[in-house]
Design a protein around this ligand. Structure first.
Ligand SMILES: *Cc1c(COP(=O)(O)O)cnc(C)c1O
Length: 428
């Protein structure tokens, strides 16, 4: 695609976009009497119009059946509700249905999966992760290490980009794994770095981690529904993600987990147990002795949050209809267009620069723009003009055109408004 920074080009690109009809399936916040220029699908995805009816369906069941809603309804009785998302989730993360389930929230699931996959010994106790991980993940590491009586300064190896660079080179990740291989218990990365937008080579990292004798897992908060994943084929041990970013399932909604099929019947793996993970056939016998369900289901603790999961299902239905491949194809073009426009505007004096990797294979929808001066003034102007983006102190804007509902025209207008902001505030 040869880009042009013009409204005519953007409108033509939208006309030719095979996914253009999906935009009208979402509610856009209204600002100044029109659809916002919404670029924060990486933080909270927009509400699909069909979500309300999915939620109302469960409200109706509750109204009609009370507790019998667990058994009586023909469509998705609550007892089986956790099964409804499996096929769709499996497609999104490249898994088998037995390997995935939606449950709890992301930080909770990280901790639960650490119980199974981080079992430090005297010799093997180190964890490798990326430096500057999302705060929740940092607190998770720190508290897990304290829980095991370990010192995070010794046990946690945080990999930083090379001096003066923003991305982590795969060679550097591999050599760190190699260097610590005798003491390494776990490699746990954000699959797509939430801040820089770097997409890691999970296949290669997983292989190396396994070769070193460690477990390998991923926090896919920014990857699920954004980039195609092949967790099963990559041999990833475990992963977890949230559903409210690119997966458009609503604020704080249910998370998902992946546990590789090779652990599906592994009852030796330690885990924290609850009744919803117990053998379905016996769940209501209320007996002693935990017998996990096979696969990811065996990590469930509590009965399903039905209302939230209903909203999740509405969104997953859209992903089923669109498919990750078509989504990625559009995403590459759309984010490429954003990159083209930002580069044009940054000008000779490099007022700002993109710190997300330039190689489209090493990123998803999001670009992270680093301002060398007056970023906040320009950002505030964008907000006034109807742009919803994400400001990170001290000088970064993250912009994520979501391929399901953002258009080339949105990106064009972002550029038009950024140009105005530059004219007004670059030298203010
Ligand atoms: C968004 C995000 C979280 C949020 O965790 P919750 O438990 O859903 O509040 C955690 N980790 C990463 C990497 C994220 O991007």
């Amino acid at each position: 695609m040869t880009y042009e920074n013009s409204l005519t080009f953007a409108q033509k690109a939208d006309q030719e976009d095979p996914l253009r009809k999906w935009r009208s399936e979402f509610h856009f916040p209204q600002i100044n009497g029109q659809d916002a220029y919404y670029f924060t699908g990486n933080s909270l995805g927009l509400q699909p119009k069909r979500t309300r009816s999915f939620v109302e369906e469960e409200m109706k069941k509750w109204e009609t059946y009370g507790v019998e809603g667990h058994f009586v309804p023909k469509e998705r009785p609550w007892l089986k509700f956790h099964e409804a998302s499996k096929e769709s989730l499996a497609k999104i993360v490249g898994a088998k249905p037995i390997e995935v389930v939606s449950m709890n929230n992301l930080s909770v699931n990280l901790h639960l999966l650490m119980v199974s996959f981080y079992r430090p010994t005297k010799e093997r106790f180190k964890i490798i992760c990326e430096a500057g991980a999302f705060p929740s993940d940092q607190y998770m590491f720190e508290s897990q290490l304290h829980f095991h009586g370990l010192n995070p300064d010794e046990a946690l190896i945080e990999l930083k980009p090379r001096e003066g660079e923003n991305k982590l080179h795969i060679e550097d990740i591999l050599s760190a794994i190699d260097e610590h291989s005798n003491e390494l218990a776990l490699v746990l990365f954000g699959g797509l770095q939430y801040y820089t937008g770097q997409l890691f080579d999970m296949k290669t990292i997983t292989e190396a981690g396994h070769k070193a004798g460690a477990f390998v897992g991923y926090d896919l908060a920014h990857a699920a529904g954004n980039v195609p994943l092949q967790l099963h084929d990559w041999n990833v041990d475990f992963a977890t993600w949230c559903s409210y970013k690119y997966l458009n399932s609503g604020p704080g909604n249910v998370s998902g987990i992946f546990v590789h099929e090779r652990f599906a019947h592994d009852t030796d793996l330690p885990r924290f147990a609850g009744w919803w993970g117990h053998d379905e056939g016996e769940r209501f016998q209320m007996k002693k002795g935990f017998k996990p369900m096979p696969g990811a289901d065996g990590w469930q603790l509590s009965n399903v949050n039905v209302i939230g999961t209903a909203a999740h299902l509405a969104s997953l239905q859209i992903f089923d209809e669109v498919g990750m491949e078509a989504l990625r194809e559009k995403s590459l073009k759309l984010t490429g267009y954003l990159e083209f426009i930002i580069d044009q505007l940054s000008g000779e004096d490099k007022l700002f620069e993109i710190i997300t990797p330039r190689n489209p294979e090493e990123r998803g929808a999001q670009l992270c723009i680093f301002f060398h001066r007056n970023g906040k003034l320009m950002f505030d102007y964008l907000v006034e003009q109807g742009v919803i983006g994400d400001w990170r102190e001290p000088n970064v804007i993250r912009i994520a055109p979501a391929p399901l509902y953002n258009s080339f025209e949105d990106v064009y207008h972002f550029g038009r408004l950024l140009k105005e902001a530059i004219e007004k505030y670059a030298d203010a």
